[in-house]
Design a protein around this ligand. Structure first.
Ligand SMILES: O=C(O)CCC(=O)C(=O)O
Ligand SMILES: [Fe+2]
Length: 303
């Protein structure tokens, strides 16, 4: 039986700004920066709401992003979220699925130990498969993202009961699909875990990171509302027929609508409400992960 209660394991504001400007530029709470301009203070700014999003344009060169997306789309081992009705395709398994009961509101799975055992076995295999596949396209973008985090602070894969989590989920949204507004927070899935307790402290929090490999011709924007709704508020806002997301019609205008370019890496606070606009004309392929940041500055990533 696995016990998850132990172990854890220079800038400017200006109007002449363009996305391709090197160094760093901030406009309307969105910071665009080259990889070598990223600092741990940017992570803090995202956690504390001074920044809505941090965009690293062309983190993966456009041609590489396209070839990696094409290679990844050939992997037959895809799955859908076991605990969501929406048929969202992905390669790799999320911790959320392993610990949360299908269709529940963040209740821990009763088949917990077995599901977790499978999750950890799958994690190692899938990380290997995805890395191999990406290298076939000439690059391993997720490894580069974790190298970037390591260059700015203490960043490691999240471990649970001394076993490494899976990180670097491939998400494929097909024509007509969207991700409804939701919040992602480790503590809601595993509230008693020591890492969850660390993330609940003042100055700690959770970011989402996505590397966009392929974008549809229309739609697929990342949409962010800079506010957090309680579980009860989210239940009240829930879209008809959805077991996770809010009804857009009941929400105010979002604070940011970002259309990623292929190759961009974007970080934002996953604890605020966010979603993805309906995809039209082609698949949207991304590599998705979370970063839990503790009050003393440890960054632990998983998917
Ligand atoms: O794909 C995106 O732009 C964001 C997906 C998302 O909900 C997340 O990363 O938490
Ligand atoms: Fe999310």
């Amino acid at each position: 039986m696995l016990d998850l209660t132990s172990g854890l394991g220079p800038e400017s504001n200006d109007d002449t700004f363009t996305r391709s400007t090197f160094g760093a530029r901030t406009k309307d709470g969105i910071k665009y920066a080259a990889p070598d301009a990223i600092r741990f203070s940017d992570i803090k700014d995202l956690l504390q709401g001074r920044l809505t999003a941090l965009i690293i344009p062309q983190f993966v060169e456009g041609g590489t992003a396209a070839s990696v997306a094409a290679e990844l789309e050939r992997i037959p081992l895809r799955s859908q979220y076991k605990n969501l009705r929406d048929p969202l395709l992905k390669i790799g398994n999320t911790l959320f699925e392993a610990v949360v009961e299908p269709g529940s509101d963040a209740r821990i799975s009763s088949s917990g130990a077995q599901a977790l055992q499978r999750y950890f076995e799958n994690a190692a295999m899938m990380r290997h498969l995805i890395r191999q596949t990406c290298e076939g396209g000439g690059d391993a973008p997720f490894d580069r993202a974790t190298e970037l985090l390591k260059s700015i602070g203490d960043a490691e894969i999240l471990t649970l009961a001394d076993r490494p989590a899976f990180a670097g989920l491939i998400r494929i949204l097909t024509n007509g699909q969207q991700i409804l507004p939701h919040q992602d927070y480790f503590g809601e899935d595993l509230p008693q875990n020591p890492f969850a307790l660390e993330l609940a402290r003042d100055g700690a929090g959770q970011l989402a990171g996505n590397i966009y490999l392929q974008m549809p011709s229309d739609g697929g924007e990342l949409v962010i509302w800079k506010r957090t709704f309680s579980p009860a508020e989210r239940r009240a806002l829930r879209a008809h027929g959805s077991d996770y997301g809010a009804d857009r019609a009941r929400l105010a205008q979002p604070d940011a609508v970002i259309r990623p370019d292929p190759g961009d890496l974007i970080l934002f606070n996953s604890e605020v409400l966010h979603g993805v606009e309906r995809v039209k004309g082609g698949n949207r392929v991304s590599i998705s992960f979370f970063i839990g940041v503790t009050a003393d500055g440890k960054m632990r990533y998983w998917s």
